[in-house]
Design a protein around this ligand. Structure first.
Ligand code: HDL
Ligand code: ZN
Length: 446
């Protein structure tokens, strides 16, 4: 229990600081909880789309219940055949998932509890609610209203999408976006996703050639290589101009190494990183996936594996004029990533990604990051795929990150460091949006 100091006593430790000094550990905890609860967030990685993207926008009861996290959990019941499940309509699959995860058992997993949080925050009684009631709510609410309601309830100011220029549906929308509709909702920002190019060159090459880019040459011959570099750079530059992304992004498998004498390193070194430098764009590296270990689950069939954190070190050291947002999927890689991030000012760690996005792991990881980095990382991203998930993903993350911050600041407070609520506000704002915008060197108002 920290002894009470008056304002004057504390001031001598810190000179003149605006605001009233916090006087007790209870007041400190309350101040942290209030600041985390009220900070408006930049959600730096999601799979969300505004309404202008049509069918790509995911929202509503059946999409929420068909979230691939819930599909995986429902299909743990080996009485349900995958073939039968996938033969059903979306709404029939949602009925089955609802029965299995919310009626036959209690929704205590993170993804099922998330649905309960959404129901509760939307004011839908969670006592014995039927899926039909959730469907009715959405039938009575427009998409625009749902975006406004969701961003308000989640207190999210900016949403960064995942935009794939080689996705046939999405690229068609962009190429025909004569009236700039896709960028009209200024709350939604773009991230240009490079997975197909970096992880599946053979198929990407075919798509690029079909769009008129001369990249089909054999990359073993010097002038073919030069042409392919020029043409792929042209492709990326055209899409950067079209999308105006906040950053370039790629998820890479757990087997990712860098540098390596392989095509991935060639494309990174000769195209992606030079183009990023020319456009002053940051690159987000998301490593550690083990895709499709069970293809019967479709999007739910991906897994995780430890990755070579040395590849992150090498990317940062070998490319000092590139900036890297980094998140790793494996829990066992988190400590080494945090230590590596201490060594390079061109690395900024972000979020507790995917299988790490659970309260117990967020608290553990965030506390370690605070201990080793101070408030110099991006605390969280939602990875939301369905609009209303923002409500639970941010509510749950705020509650857990609050606990990690309270324990860290109380250690400081107990050593008589003078802290004001304004100080807490500055650090919390940095963790939930400021560090991101400063690191990518973009103005949120731009
Ligand atoms: O590659 C990614 O961006 C991952 O986030 C995948 O989209 C994954 O399916 C996911 O939704 N994780 O939350
Ligand atoms: Zn994602």
């Amino acid at each position: 229990m920290c002894t009470r100091y008056n304002t004057t006593t504390r001031a001598k430790y810190k000179g003149v600081t605006l605001g009233t000094f916090i006087q007790s550990s209870e007041q400190l905890s309350q101040a942290i909880a209030a600041q985390v609860a009220s900070v408006s967030i930049t959600d730096i990685h999601t799979h969300l789309f505004p309404q202008a993207f049509g069918e790509l926008m995911s929202s509503g009861a059946d999409d929420l219940i068909n979230y691939h996290y819930l599909v995986a959990e429902a299909l743990l019941d080996n009485r349900i055949s995958k073939e039968y499940f996938w033969s059903l309509e979306n709404s029939e699959r949602a009925d089955l998932i609802w029965q299995r995860l919310f009626v036959d058992q209690r929704p205590i997993s993170e993804a099922t509890r998330g649905i309960v949080t959404v129901l509760n925050r939307l004011g839908l009684a969670t006592k014995d609610i039927k899926l039909s009631e959730l469907r009715e709510y959405f039938e009575e609410t427009s998409k625009e209203q749902m975006i406004d309601t969701t961003l308000s309830l989640a207190n999210v100011r900016d949403v960064v999408m995942t935009n794939d220029p080689l996705d046939e549906v999405e690229s068609h929308l962009w190429i025909n976006d004569k009236f700039r509709q896709l960028t009209s909702d200024k709350r939604f920002h773009r991230a240009l996703r490079l997975d197909q190019i970096l992880n599946d060159w053979e198929n990407s090459k075919v798509k690029l050639v079909n769009r008129g880019y001369q990249v089909d040459g054999d990359l073993d011959t010097p002038n073919q290589r030069t042409l392919a570099v020029e043409e792929l750079s042209r492709f990326l530059t055209e899409w950067i101009t079209r999308m105006d992304p906040l950053y370039l992004a790629a998820s890479v498998p757990s087997t990712f190494t860098y540098p390596a004498s392989d095509l991935q390193t060639f494309l990174l070194d000769e195209v992606v990183m030079p183009v990023a430098r020319r456009h002053n764009l940051t690159i987000a590296i998301m490593a550690g996936t083990k895709r499709q270990i069970n293809p019967d689950l479709k999007l739910a069939g991906d897994s995780v594996a430890s990755t070579d954190v040395g590849a992150v070190e090498n990317l940062a050291r070998n490319n000092p004029n590139n900036r890297f947002l980094v998140t790793l999927l494996s829990l066992e890689d988190q400590h080494r990533l945090t230590v590596v991030a201490r060594k390079f000012s061109n690395i900024m760690i972000f979020g507790c990604w995917w299988f790490l996005n659970t309260p117990s792991l967020i608290e553990k990881i965030t506390t370690m990051r605070l201990e080793l980095l101070g408030p110099n990382f991006i605390a969280q991203h939602s990875d939301a795929r369905v609009l209303e998930q923002l409500i639970y993903k941010w509510s749950h993350s705020r509650a857990t990150i609050t606990k990690a911050l309270q324990s860290q600041y109380s250690l400081l407070f107990d050593e008589n460091w003078a802290i004001t609520e304004g100080d807490i506000e500055k650090d919390v704002t940095a963790l939930f949006r400021g560090n991101f915008w400063n690191f990518i060197k973009r103005d949120p108002k731009s």
